[in-house]
Design a protein around this ligand. Structure first.
Ligand code: TXA
Ligand code: MG
Length: 312
């Protein structure tokens, strides 16, 4: 086995936390059964402890030791985790006393996801147990989609980062609550509502209750995913001093284009890495970004940039 992977497992067994890539963004991984490891995750991120974490598993067998699966939940997990391999996190009733109470922040439900990334899966297999992981960034900052983004943000707080290059999806997983009917999307992300509905052959809804203080999916806080520079969304032309992020064909001069041929998957993949690269106050006064179509995975992209642009 890869030497760094072995080292990562050693750290995890000791209750330490490390970073590794997933298909969506880099995660900050810790043993989901170890209170101290989970406390460390919150500490490294500076994340409020009432904000629960996603538990990463290598498949349905491991997941079913933690949560209550009915037939439909099993079909959904099998389809998105094993067949189409898209980033869907499912919220189910928790059955396990083994998972640290800090992972679920005291909720009776648990969020589960099987990442589609060789390093992440090798890590879970080698560790042979569930791993909790939020995105590997300081709370409220830009989620990392490359090794160097993790290194520059929290690199001096953790013993190891596994380098898996750039993440293929680029925004976080979609979170669906399967304990409510109709099923509720708590966070739009790397798999679209439409893709889920086509599979389910029924409608699902978005949850927008997160505007108040009751935390259902706290990734839904109004301000989140923020660069240091102010972000202006739906911009048609750049203002003086601003870095300009384009989408699709345009006559404007731009500093980055999320996808010159208007491909939303490519735009998602480029989003955080582009924001991070342009987030340079010594060069720009702000960042402006062109409108992104609010369809398919574009809903997840717009969710992130809206929160990144939010002013208190
Ligand atoms: O793509 C992803 O999902 C990435 C990678 C690393 O897997 N992880 C990620 O984790 O985005 P994090 O911690 O940044 O976001 C976890 C989200 C939070 O919004 C949290 O509120 C929600 O999952 N969550 C966790 N447990 C929950 C539960 N039992 N019920 C509802 N929401 C839950
Ligand atoms: Mg995050």
């Amino acid at each position: 086995m890869d030497k760094l992977l072995l080292q990562a497992v050693e750290y995890l067994k000791q209750g330490d936390v490390i970073s590794a890539p997933t298909d969506t963004v880099y995660g900050l991984f810790g043993d989901a059964t170890n209170d101290n490891a989970i406390k460390k995750i919150y500490e490294v991120k500076g994340r409020p402890s009432h904000n629960p974490l996603i538990v990463h598993v290598n498949g349905i067998d491991m997941a079913s030791k933690i949560a209550e699966f009915n037939n439909e939940a099993e079909c959904i997990a099998d389809y998105f985790w094993n067949i189409v391999k898209k980033p869907l996190t499912i919220v189910l009733k928790s059955t396990s006393n083994n998972i640290s109470k800090y992972v679920t922040a005291g909720l009776s439900t648990v969020a589960l996801r099987c990442p589609y990334n060789n390093i992440a899966i090798d890590l879970i297999n080698a560790f042979n147990g569930p791993l909790a992981a939020p995105s590997a960034n300081t709370s409220n900052r830009i989620s990392p989609t490359s090794y160097s983004m993790v290194k520059n943000d929290i690199g001096d707080k953790i013993p190891l980062i596994l380098d898996g290059g750039d993440c293929i999806v680029g925004i976080e997983s979609t979170i669906i609550d399967l304990t409510r009917k109709p099923y509720v999307i708590l966070r739009p992300g790397g798999v679209s509502k439409e893709d889920i509905e086509v599979f389910l052959k029924t409608s699902i809804v978005f949850d927008n209750q997160n505007d108040n203080d009751t935390v259902i999916a706290p990734g839904m806080l109004k301000k989140h995913y923020s660069p240091i520079l102010p972000l202006r969304i739906n911009a048609t032309t750049p203002c003086v001093g601003e870095a300009f992020i384009a989408f699709g064909k345009t006559d404007c001069n731009y500093d980055a284009n999320l996808s010159t041929n208007s491909n939303l998957y490519e735009a998602a993949r480029n989003l955080f890495i582009t924001l991070s690269r342009l987030d340079n106050p010594s060069k720009y006064t702000g960042i402006a970004i062109m409108p992104i179509p609010n369809i398919g995975i574009g809903v997840g992209i717009n969710d992130r940039i809206k929160r990144a642009a939010y002013k208190e």
